[in-house]
Write a protein that binds this ligand. Structure first.
Ligand code: C5P
Length: 223
């Protein structure tokens, strides 16, 4: 298992991790782990079932027992205990709930094992907050994507508007700042670059430029 190469893509919300990771996995023919989706799924289940965020051990058990299937009903689909969660987990509220459950150590521990299972030949691109620091510290290549919070809010705004979902830029900016603060200040697995990560500021880079840069680093890392 240790021989299966992993490329980790970490960074704050809206840094472009999702899009870059998908493109990279497709280019390299690797599997993809969208670890944020796991936290979002749990956040949605907590909300749906009205579970108490203070009952950490119960939440951890729920996280362990959920039947989660990615791509079972087509590319990008997410099925949880037989129910289609594909749209639900992409809502803003799911991101907020994810950030709350993600601050609970017992939940992170429960999701840790699930994440390791994604490491399958010929390789894995893992997208998240602590992929290079905690989950795959032996990754062959670690990337930390950043962008100014204003640029990230603008990207999120454009994404929502393109999907026909109403959005207010100042609200998105405030929510992103709150989420950044919670993700970077939490006691367990805070968002921070691994010591050996390549930090890429994508504020004024296009998606193609970022993908090309990471691919060239991936080629270098093989030499
Ligand atoms: O990446 P995404 O926006 O889907 O993540 C949603 C939330 O899930 C993040 O704000 C973060 O709090 C949490 N998360 C995490 N660790 C990860 C991935 C996501 O804590 N590896």
């Amino acid at each position: 298992m240790a021989l299966v190469p992993v490329i980790t893509i970490d960074g704050p919300s809206g840094s472009g991790k999702g899009t870059i990771s998908q493109r990279l996995a497709a280019e390299l023919g690797y599997h993809l782990l969208d670890s944020g989706a796991l936290y979002r799924i749990l956040g949605c289940v907590v909300r749906q079932q009205g579970l108490d965020l203070n009952e950490h051990e119960k939440l951890a058990r729920v996280a362990t027992d959920l039947d989660i299937q990615f791509g079972e009903r087509g590319p990008g689909s997410v099925t949880v205990n037989g129910e289609d969660f594909s749209e639900l987990i992409r809502q803003e509220v799911a991101g907020e709930m994810a950030s709350l459950v993600g601050a609970i150590p017992a939940v992170r521990k429960a999701l840790f094992e699930r994440q390791l299972a994604f490491r399958q030949a010929p390789g894995l691109v893992a997208d998240g907050r602590d992929m290079g620091t905690v989950v795959f510290p032996d990754a062959v290549l670690k990337i930390f994507l950043t962008a100014s919070v204003e640029e990230r809010a603008k990207r999120r705004y454009n994404q929502l508007i393109a999907k026909g979902i109403g959005a207010i830029l100042p609200d998105l900016l405030r929510e992103l700042k709150e989420r950044d603060a919670r993700d970077t200040q939490r006691a367990v697995s805070p968002l921070k670059p691994a010591g050996d990560a390549h930090i890429l500021d994508t504020t004024s880079m296009s998606i193609d430029e970022v993908v090309a840069r990471v691919l060239s680093l991936a080629t270098e890392s093989k030499d």
